[in-house]
Unconditional design. Structure first.
Length: 442
């Protein structure tokens, strides 16, 4: 089952305590900045999908059909995420966290850059949508391998169990930070390009992603491999086939990790992606109002995500997570009631407040899932559990929301969908064992 060969670089002597603290700070910084860049890439696509792609790549379809087609291409990235989790989870448990994270960043950055170069329907017909779908799949593979490694890079440098939830929440900040940068870029180039935004303005933020990737690579190349993985190498505990092993030994943890994310992921993409087509199409409000609202929400997350991680250290991961799931199930109803007032102030408040119950789950989520798996299988197990939710939650959510609204012309069925996701997450959280104080070397 295990290799007798050391697959990583030779393990160095134990580091002095001061150097370990310095490496922890660098690992947290590298994880947070790296995930910010990758989520900038991913959310940039999400934001532009609701604003541009239906008109640019599906111009002959009816408005609703075009929106559904654009979100179907968008969903491909989520289908690809478990594929990335399987591929990079294998290498993360075999050759190390650091090397794998460098590969995911390069893959994601190149795919995002190339999205900017895809011609529209007027130039190459349906082949534009085909190329877009392929690049979206590659994006999803990169993101699928990114999350597990970033979280483990930070967590496995943490020596104290008392602060692990707080430390693991920092890579989670890549989501709101990436969301902020993506929406800021779209807002800025929307203002610069004006009526030419559909023609070329949307492409510039995708081209600029290559600069961010260069910065991320420079930071990640300067960190050391985690002490946990080095110990696995020293003890010849590297698993030959971690993907098969984790499915054989921990299938329940993988499935529950996916289900526990239903209340966090599905509503999040309704609140941050579907809102652009719903807001501009059904509510007839300006895209700038929606972009600014999501920007403000993402700034709020920079506080609420680490705070929730800290609270999970004090009161337990599962307890804090379940509070967030229940609040999400209830807030869906208030969210659409506020949007349907058509008052800009209430619309903005609804979008900003929607991020709080999400963050109550997202802060402790990294530690909750990663602690469910032993060290030698942790990259594969945590990545698979986390990314499988993309197939059942994040990817279909905007598509389901658009279809429900298209049929009922109301936000009420979407609120029911959000509530159903919350119920599933609460049940899964009750069944998922809480390992808040687990030793990361186990």
């Amino acid at each position: 089952m295990n290799d007798t060969r050391a697959l990583g670089t030779p393990s160095p002597p134990p580091l002095p305590e001061a150097e370990q603290r310095r490496q922890l700070r660098r690992a947290v910084l590298a994880s947070t900045i790296g995930t910010t860049i990758e989520w900038y890439d991913f959310f940039l696509y999400s934001t532009v999908t609701g604003l541009v792609f239906a008109r640019l790549y599906f111009p002959n379809a009816a408005p609703l059909v075009g929106t559904l087609q654009a979100f179907l291409v968008y969903a491909v990235g989520f289908v690809a995420r478990p594929v990335g989790a399987a591929i990079f989870g294998h290498f993360g448990d075999r050759i190390g966290r650091k090397s794998t994270l460098i590969a995911t960043l390069m893959l994601m950055g190149l795919a995002t850059f190339l999205v900017a170069l895809v011609p529209g329907y007027a130039s190459i017909g349906i082949w534009g949508a085909v190329l877009l779908t392929l690049l979206r799949f590659i994006q999803g593979v990169g993101v699928g391998g990114e999350w597990g490694g970033s979280v483990l890079l930070a967590m496995e440098w943490t020596r104290s169990n008392a602060h692990r939830g707080f430390v693991a929440a920092w890579p989670q900040l890549g989501v709101p930070a990436g969301l902020f940068l993506a929406n800021l870029a779209v807002l800025a180039f929307s203002a610069i390009s004006g009526p030419q935004f559909i023609a070329w303005g949307w492409r510039i933020p995708f081209l600029l992603s290559i600069v961010l990737v260069a910065v991320g690579l420079w930071i990640r190349l300067g960190i050391l491999e985690t002490p946990t993985f080095r110990r696995l190498v020293e003890s010849n505990a590297i698993v030959r086939a971690p993907l098969a092993e984790v499915w054989r030994r921990h299938p329940g943890e993988i499935i529950l990790s996916a289900l526990v994310r239903m209340a966090e992921q599905a509503p999040f993409y309704i609140f941050t992606a579907f809102i652009f087509s719903y807001g501009t199409g059904a509510l007839h409000v300006s895209r700038d109002l929606l972009l600014v609202s999501v920007l403000v929400a993402s700034v709020l997350s920079l506080v609420t995500v680490p705070l929730s991680g800290h609270l999970s250290d004090r009161y337990g991961r599962r307890r804090i997570y379940m509070i967030g799931a229940v609040l999400t199930g209830l807030f869906g109803w208030l969210y659409f009631a506020m949007l349907d007032t058509l008052v800009p102030g209430w619309i903005m408040l609804a979008i900003v407040l929607s991020i709080i119950p999400h963050d109550i789950m997202y802060g402790p989520q990294a530690a909750l899932i990663a602690e469910s798996f032993p060290a030698r299988l942790r990259y594969s197990g945590a990545s698979l559990g986390y990314q499988l939710a993309s197939v059942i939650a994040g990817g279909p959510a905007p598509l389901i929301a658009a279809a429900l609204f298209g049929r009922y012309q109301s936000g009420t069925p979407i609120a029911w969908f959000i509530t159903a996701c919350a119920v599933i997450s609460v049940i899964a959280a009750l069944l998922l064992k809480d390992y808040t104080n687990r030793d990361m070397a186990e």
